[in-house]
Ligand binder design. Structure first.
Ligand SMILES: [Zn+2]
Length: 279
């Protein structure tokens, strides 16, 4: 899980670029007639975004079924304009392409519409409503964005600043023929309860803890193989100490809740870790 920088240029200008690239002239004419309404909606989104009160935006008001269909037709994550946006939003300051900011497992390949397309058609192409993610996280988040109390049920990685303390933990069970992992969340660092509840609901929605466990095996195998190689080079205890130091630097770089870093740290600290190095 990683915070992202939102689109920094003019949101409505992006919309106009998308429209300009379309070849369907009827669609363009229809959209031209409601241009000022769309601009007002976009400005409204920007204001709510800036104040972090997206939950008070109203759904499809004013727009007809045809207009909603037109908004949907504008969006295609495979088109050149959206591909370019995806690259911009998923490239970090040091020019590196990021992994999926939701799960940290998959590659960024698509956009999640934070306010769902089915209810907020006008924002289908609003660049601040688009969150880059992988193809597994996108459908899992789905259309649910408010809970029963009308509070946001999933995090907005542009707006909800992730706490700088560990909330993701893993229990590891090392057996002769396999290693089992169980990831869970715990608010042991005095995280604001409202924020923690949203983090918890977000992880639950995206089934992140189960997906981390399912993906643990490759990380463990590769990590154990690396340690085995180092093992032949010198004093075992100092190898473990140096590896832990490197992992702590990874935490500084990738955050305190990067699942595979947490997994490696707990592995190395595990009382039975040496058993894994025998085979
Ligand atoms: Zn993902």
């Amino acid at each position: 899980m990683k915070n992202l920088k939102p689109y920094s240029e003019n949101s409505f200008a992006f919309f106009e670029t998308v429209v300009k690239k379309k070849r369907n002239e009827d669609l363009k004419d229809r959209l031209d007639l409601i241009k000022s309404d769309i601009q007002t909606k976009f400005n409204d989104y920007d204001t709510h975004f800036q104040k972090n009160i997206l939950e008070s935006l109203s759904e499809h008001d004013k727009f007809s079924k045809q207009q909603i269909e037109d908004f949907e037709e504008l969006y295609s994550y495979k088109s050149a304009t959206f591909k370019k946006l995806l690259i911009t939003l998923s490239t970090s300051d040091n020019k590196r392409k990021m992994g999926c900011p939701y799960c940290g497992i998959g590659e960024v390949s698509t956009f999640d519409h934070y306010l769902p397309q089915s209810r907020f058609g006008a924002f289908t192409t609003h660049p601040k409503n688009l969150i880059c993610c992988c193809g597994k996280c996108n459908p899992k988040r789905g259309n649910r964005w408010l809970d029963a109390n009308k509070k946001r049920a999933t995090l907005n990685l542009y707006l909800d600043i992730l706490p700088d303390v560990q909330f993701l933990f893993v229990e590891i069970d090392i057996m002769i023929d396999k290693v089992e992992t169980k990831f869970s969340l715990k608010n042991s660092g005095n995280i604001n309860p409202i924020l923690f509840s949203m983090i918890d609901s977000h992880y639950d929605r995206l089934e992140l803890c189960d997906r981390f466990s399912e993906n643990s095996s490759d990380i463990i195998t590769s990590f154990v193989n690396t340690i085995k190689t180092y093992q032949n080079l010198g004093n075992f205890d100092s190898i473990l100490k140096n590896t832990l130091e490197a992992l702590s630097k990874d935490q500084n770089a990738f955050g305190y809740n990067h699942w595979s870093t947490i997994l490696k740290i707990e592995l190395i600290k595990h009382k039975d870790f040496k058993l894994l190095l025998k085979y």
